[in-house]
Design a protein around this ligand. Structure first.
Ligand code: SAH
Length: 554
């Protein structure tokens, strides 16, 4: 199966395929539709060069569903195919949805993807993998929790079976029960499911991930884990997880070992019971679970809380690290509008829409979830550190004595703040020194806001006003403008950005003299230029606004 965290890219050449592409999104809600600029309106990402786009997706290991002729796809990817690296699933889909052809990525589950899509579109998938056709399963692509020891050996076995050989199954392989394998108890060939290392050339080895390595001493490292496995005759591929006591959750040492060994790191409580040790030394002990499923249930991972900024709204203004955190999230928290903006989500991702104005309570909820080992994302618009949740989260954490909260992996992922998004639309009004001010006096005294406005005015800083006005704060903006007018001329350029990066986006350029609070609402970001901010006509109509990087000499 393709990794659940990597959604396919749906690539279109012509507008005729858009409706088929939209049907696919029912199956893969997070799949991004890529369309050729100028030809496909309504795609989420636009590209200019089909080949380059396909190659970039391929190289980033993104599953590709291209709605065009198979030949075009093959020709585009051909230069990348001779070097056999990681290969994502690549499928050709007829633009009317009448045929689905898996092309590449046999080991990445392309046939499963083809079957899923074919079922959705009610057509037959063009599966051409002989082993799979004959045996009804891909012996070379065991399910999660099992690892094929040697691909070449696997291919040999499949071709032998296709050539008429028989095979016996040695060990527990529940998924092979449905396969139509040529079974024979007395066969010399076998498929052996075992965590142990063996050198039987007649056996295809599949390792179930059963081995749990409990690391008990600070000196334990990858070398000691590998030596212990070797000593116990166990394959490294059979390692299900590293286990460490909960108290040490935040120590980076353990995470580094787990990353190097490419296994999950899980934390156990002192009274958690493990299967009896089959190997033990001063640094670590090895335990064997009865099945990969039970192995995966022992302990809990370190939870993670990502406090992310979505940017102003447009998907292409969201930083990739935020997209990735959202894709990996198990829980998503925030105001409903922003949670909706961050979606769509897979059915198993829980959305906690809160119109709860109590931000510390929301932060507490996020920590409670993350402390259970979950991957939690808290969303803000723009940047989470600009008049948003990041500071509230840190405030809640500092005030908490709960060790589990402090042990959560906390990360802040930045976003394009409204001031920057608005400035970019207008040109470069923040091209020299500037300040960002929230005009909301909910969390600070109004007198403080007045003082800052006055000083910013004197310092000739360009100013970006967040939260400029609201129903409950009707007069504040008028008063703020009064103060600014004491320091700045009426011709001072003002930029208003409303719903920037969203469908209703509106940008307007005016002057301090003409600006009235009625032109502004709570979805507007106000930029007041400095004394040097200027404007000039742009070819498309309207003006460019910028603040030069230099200052006129007195
Ligand atoms: N963290 C956000 C700001 C939250 S405060 C950020 O970094 O952008 C909310 C204020 O931000 C709003 O009152 C408005 O002034 C501004 N704002 C947020 N999104 C906006 C957008 N898309 N267009 C214009 N202003 C926006």
């Amino acid at each position: 199966m393709p990794n659940a965290t990597s959604s396919p890219a749906i690539v279109l050449l012509g507008a005729a395929s858009l409706s088929t592409a939209k049907r696919l999104q029912a199956l893969y809600p997070q799949a991004v539709i890529h369309g050729l600029r100028g030809r496909v309106e309504g795609a989420e990402a636009l590209y200019d060069d089909f080949g380059a786009t396909l190659r970039a997706l391929f190289q980033s290991n993104t599953p590709i569903i291209a709605l065009c002729a198979a030949g075009i796809i093959i020709r585009s990817l051909a230069p990348l195919l001779s070097s056999k690296g990681a290969e994502p699933p690549v499928l050709a889909l007829a633009e009317d949805g009448s045929a689905v052809v898996p092309l590449l990525g046999g080991l990445a589950g392309v046939n499963n993807l083809a079957r899923e899509i074919a079922a959705l579109l009610a057509v037959a998938p063009a599966i051409t993998t002989s082993g799979e056709l004959r045996f009804g399963t891909c012996v070379l692509n065991p399910p999660a929790g099992y690892v094929l020891a040697d691909l070449a050996q696997g291919k040999r076995l499949v071709s032998d079976l296709l050539g008429g050989e028989h095979v016996r199954i040695d060990g527990a392989a529940p998924w092979l029960a449905e396969a139509r394998l040529p079974l024979d108890e007395g066969a010399s060939r076998s498929i052996r499911i075992s965590p142990e290392l063996t050198n039987d050339p007649q056996a295809l080895l599949i390792h179930p991930r059963l081995v749990l390595a409990q690391l008990k001493h600070a000196d334990a490292d990858t070398v000691s884990v590998r030596a212990a496995l070797q000593h116990a005759g166990l394959a490294e591929a059979a390692l299900a997880a590293l286990l460490v006591e909960r108290q040490q959750m935040a120590q980076p040492h353990w995470a580094a070992i787990a990353t190097e060994l490419k296994v999950p790191l899980r934390f156990i409580a002192v009274d958690d019971s493990l299967p009896e040790a089959l190997y033990s030394d001063q640094q670590l002990s090895l335990h064997l679970a009865v099945s990969p499923q039970t192995a995966a249930l022992i302990g809990q991972p370190r939870g993670r809380l990502s406090v992310v900024g979505l940017g102003p709204g447009a998907a292409d203004l969201m930083v990739p690290a935020v997209r990735q955190a959202l894709d990996q999230a198990e829980d998503v928290l925030g105001y409903e509008t922003y949670v909706t903006m961050a979606g769509p989500f897979r059915p198993e991702q829980l959305q906690h829409n809160s119109d709860n104005r109590e931000e510390l309570q929301r932060a507490a909820h996020a920590f409670e979830l993350a402390a259970q080992g979950r991957r939690v994302v808290m969303v803000s618009s723009g940047d989470p550190g600009v008049f948003a949740m990041a500071a509230a989260v840190l405030e809640a954490l500092e005030a908490s004595t709960n060790v589990d909260w402090h042990n959560v992996e906390l990360q802040m992922l930045p976003g394009v703040s409204a001031a920057l998004a608005t400035a970019a639309k207008a040109g470069a009004p923040l091209g020299h020194d500037f300040c960002m001010l929230s005009l909301s006096d909910n969390l600070k005294p109004w007198a403080m806001i007045e003082k800052r406005l006055e000083h910013a005015g004197i310092a000739d800083l360009a100013m970006a006003f967040y939260n400029p006005i609201s129903k409950s704060r009707p007069w504040q903006l008028g008063r703020a403008l009064e103060l600014v007018r004491q320091q700045r001329r009426p011709e001072t350029i003002v930029v208003l950005g409303r719903d920037i990066g969203r469908p209703a986006e509106a940008l307007s350029i005016t002057t301090l003299g003409e600006l009235t609070p009625e032109q502004v609402d709570m979805r507007t970001l106000v930029i007041i230029g400095s004394s040097t901010t200027r404007r000039f006509p742009r070819a498309e109509g309207g003006d460019w606004v910028y603040t030069p990087r230099w200052y006129p000499a007195d």
